[in-house]
Design a protein around this ligand. Sequence first.
Ligand code: SF4
Length: 225
Amino acid sequence: VTGEELDARISVCRACPRLVAWREEVATTKRAAFAGQPYWGRPVPALGPPDATVVIVGLAPAAHGANRTGRNFTGDRSGDWLFAALHRAGYASQPESWAAGDGLTLDGVRIIAPVRCAPPQNKPTPQEKQTCAPWLDADLARSAPFVRSIMCLGAVGWDATIAGVRHAGWEVPRPKPKFGHGARAMLRTPEGREVDLVGCYHVSQHNTQTGRLTEAMLDEVIGSL
Ligand code: SF4
């Protein structure tokens, strides 16, 4: 399928009843601060050019962030950190993004959520992760001819990426590489091209407010891609 067909199929997926109910309930009730805004309330597609050399794999849309704006990391505190760092590194046209259509463009980076619909408490179940995996596989296949580095924000993205590329016939070191901040592993595509797998703590408020992830730590990983 073409990229447009893939995005169209993803956009109408209703395979996870709990997540469909949650994404639509949040989009209907809304947060007071965003009461006048439309909510996306659907699966969130990849953000950034399909031929990007860097792919970032996150976790899932935030209820009032990407589930509101329809763009990964747009409109929440995690995005403040990520887009600021991508801007410092020359990948993003502006340091913040709070609304779809605010002029943000990404150059050389594509951001994908391994679970496309907002989960309650940001916690998808193992079943939901598994159900959404084919969409990640399809998006990784789309990126495969171009990607040089895959940066995973957290263990969920790391595990989903490894499962996805294994499924696509890529070589992954054994034993399975363990996630950690700054962890690295060399993957090999079926064509024999090397792709760097890089771990980074997630830019969640929990990590950034506690100092588990600092700007310097984030910049260092992004600078190494
Ligand atoms: Fe479909 Fe993924 Fe959303 Fe589940 S999380 S409904 S598989 S798009």
